[in-house]
Design a protein around this ligand. Structure first.
Ligand SMILES: [Zn+2]
Length: 108
């Protein structure tokens, strides 16, 4: 018995399994073409998810930056601390998502 990667969720499953035990994807009776198509679809799904997450992260950073720029809260005020925190978190989250997209495209 060998382990293969589920084309849908990418987790390790037995090559004898008829359905994936993680996501219930049906493997039995599928051609390799079918499986490849499903794999491409799954990669696209993950990419879309990462893309929308990175857009959300960027939006948070921009909103926090715009708030700091327009309202100019006192640097010691909690509003300023929260905005700085959100800018950093948003940018870091954005970069992480972009890096994950790059790795996804390489077909890791
Ligand atoms: Zn699966």
């Amino acid at each position: 018995m060998a382990l293969i990667q589920c084309p849908s969720c990418n987790k390790r499953i037995s090559d004898k399994a008829k359905t994936c035990s993680h996501c219930d994807f049906v493997l039995a009776g599928r051609s390799s073409e079918d499986l490849q198509r499903e794999q491409a679809r799954a990669v696209q799904r993950r990419k879309d998810k990462l893309l929308s997450q990175s857009m959300l992260a960027l939006l948070i950073a921009i909103a926090a930056f715009a708030y700091t720029f327009l309202e100019q809260p006192h640097p010691d005020a909690w509003q300023a601390q929260v905005s700085y925190g959100l800018i950093v978190v948003g940018l870091v989250w954005f970069v992480i998502n972009r890096v994950r997209i790059v790795f996804l495209k390489r077909g890791r």
